[in-house]
Write a protein that binds this ligand. Sequence first.
Ligand code: CA
Length: 252
Amino acid sequence: MGPLLLNSPGESPGVGALRRGTGRGGTLRILIAEDDATLADGLAYSLRDAGYSVDRVTTGIEADAALSTGEFDLLILDLGLPKMGGLEVLKRLRLRGSATPVLILTAADSVSDRVRGLDMGADDYLAKPFALAELAARVRALTRRGHPAAAGATLRHGDLSYDQVGKVAAIKGETLELSARELALLEIFLQRPGRMVSKERIVDLLCQWGDELSTNAVEVYIHRLRRKLEAGGVKITTVRGLGYCMEKVRAA
Ligand code: CA
């Protein structure tokens, strides 16, 4: 395992990069599941300094127990944990229906673990070693995503806006006629702008709402949603063999 770069040269030791805006009320709670004590110490110190509340566990079993009983705003999850691997912890978390954002930490060379982690519902990853500033940016982005109300309940993408509370999507202020499934699908993409979402992951996310769904059905929903979004300059591209990605159409 490589060293953690706590501060890049020239960066002040005050970890200013991690400091988040205040005044939203309520401290965000982060669980760090990492068995490398030096790395976990560094992460915990920095995150606490930035105003987050931090809990730490060192095995997969402890992580699973903490996640089963407590509410966290973010999980920072090492995939190489003793007793129960990080992927298993992640799988169990999602099987319980939890939408807690998960940032996985992987060894630099473990591309397959990274892909599996994202497929199993991780929201982002960092390969070790990483710079603290980069971790800070990911943590901010993920905790924002997990707290849409704090960041504003309306998600925007090009001319498209989506009110997460009222469940209303509009293009340039004109309400779109979308089915509940299409709205759920739209929300999945808007929460992951510019990022690839696999078909299997979409099935998992949509099935949180109840019934079963095939990947073929997902293709049909994507097709319909894609047509309805065209006017808004929002495009859902197919990443062949992998999944889908929502992008803004570049103005000519
Ligand atoms: Ca480890």
